[in-house]
Design a protein around this ligand. Structure first.
Ligand SMILES: Nc1ncnc2c1ncn2[C@@H]1O[C@H](COP(=O)(O)OP(=O)(O)OP(=O)(O)O)[C@@H](O)[C@H]1O
Length: 315
């Protein structure tokens, strides 16, 4: 069990205590020491042959453990349909716990020692590094399990890092308000879905979801973790006040279905090209910030690539 003591605004240790009373004697607990550490711990645990590799934390820990586990089992070229590698178990003790929410809603919870797990889809974000971060031309990738967002979505993640005292929807709501307040004119992005012709759109924010929520907001109420499709949400040229007014509805019931500046859909892959450098998050972790100088990314879905389950923290 890879445990992030900094998750849940440092409430993680307390939240995990009861769980460890029940399972502690059957768990090898490996706390993370710094951001990014969980991916390496997950790869090591996979190599050691553990049947289950658990992420005890929030969505950032889930992201890092899943990314490490996927890389250790062959990345995008690993066997499909969740055949290979350990079961990926989520023990939600973070603040938003978006992925745990989707797993629980679709499959229910399972005990840590149960062999029951579900083949779930995984996303793969790819880009070419730019000269801005000194590695011009290098191909990079990050896997994700719940959501990927670019544009305003990435800037909300950036803002959320500056707020230390809130959690869940209040945290990401405040971060969204700050990002919206600072938003400039929407840029014309070229977006391609699957094999369709590229479309040029003024875009503020672009989201691809496997799960239902992003930062506690219900962006894709009908998303399924194993349907082989991303749910797409694109926010176009909405004004600042229009975006602010959307936030309460997004927290409660999802994006408006008939809104002139909101486009919804589904796809298996997408590529995005922006005239300005992108901010992109994967599962709420920043993959790219504008300073990286990357203007185009590609996202693909790997169907059923992981076997996953969520455990109840209290039961
Ligand atoms: N030992 C550590 N010290 C400080 N930060 C850490 C440590 N281990 C991991 N992190 C970082 O902590 C951040 C927050 O973790 P995580 O996302 O799991 O919790 P959360 O923010 O409370 O939950 P959620 O993402 O569900 O809102 C991640 O960016 C992760 O890289």
């Amino acid at each position: 069990m890879i445990f992030n003591p900094a998750a849940g605004r440092r409430r993680a240790r307390r939240r995990l205590a009861g769980f460890l009373e029940r399972w502690g004697n059957r768990v090898t607990l490996r706390p993370t020491e710094r951001p990014g550490h969980a991916a390496g711990l997950a790869a090591t645990a996979t190599g050691e042959g553990f049947d289950v590799v658990a992420a005890a934390g929030g969505d950032g820990t889930v992201h890092e453990v899943a990314d490490g586990l996927l890389r250790a089992t062959g990345g995008a070229n690993g066997p499909g349909a969740g055949q290979a590698g350990p079961i990926f178990a989520v023990v939600p003790i973070g603040s938003a716990n978006d992925y745990a929410h989707s797993l629980q809603r679709q499959f229910g919870t399972s005990p840590l020692d149960s062999p029951a797990a579900h083949a779930v889809d995984v996303g793969r974000l790819r880009w070419t590094a730019s000269s801005a971060d000194g590695s011009d031309g290098e191909e990079r990738e990050r896997f994700f399990v719940c959501c990927c967002g670019a544009g305003l979505a990435g800037r909300v993640t950036l803002e959320s890092r500056k707020i230390g005292w809130l959690q869940g929807v209040p945290l990401y709501g405040l971060a969204a308000m700050r990002a919206v307040r600072a938003a400039g004119t929407p840029a014309e992005w070229t977006v391609t879905h699957d094999d369709a012709a590229p479309v040029v759109w003024p875009t503020r924010s672009f989201h691809l979801l496997l799960g239902r929520r992003e930062g506690g907001f219900l962006l894709a109420p009908d998303a399924s973790l194993n349907d082989g499709l991303f749910d797409v949400v694109r926010l176009g040229a909405a004004g600042r006040w229009g975006m602010m007014r959307m936030l309460p509805g997004l927290a409660r019931s999802g994006p408006p279905v008939a809104h002139p500046h909101v486009a919804l859909g589904r796809c298996r892959s997408a590529s995005v090209e922006s005239p300005t450098p992108l901010a992109v998050h994967v599962d709420g972790e920043l993959a790219l910030i504008p300073e990286n100088g990357v203007r185009s990314v590609r996202i693909d879905l790997l169907p059923g690539r992981l076997r996953a389950k969520v455990c109840a923290v209290r039961s």
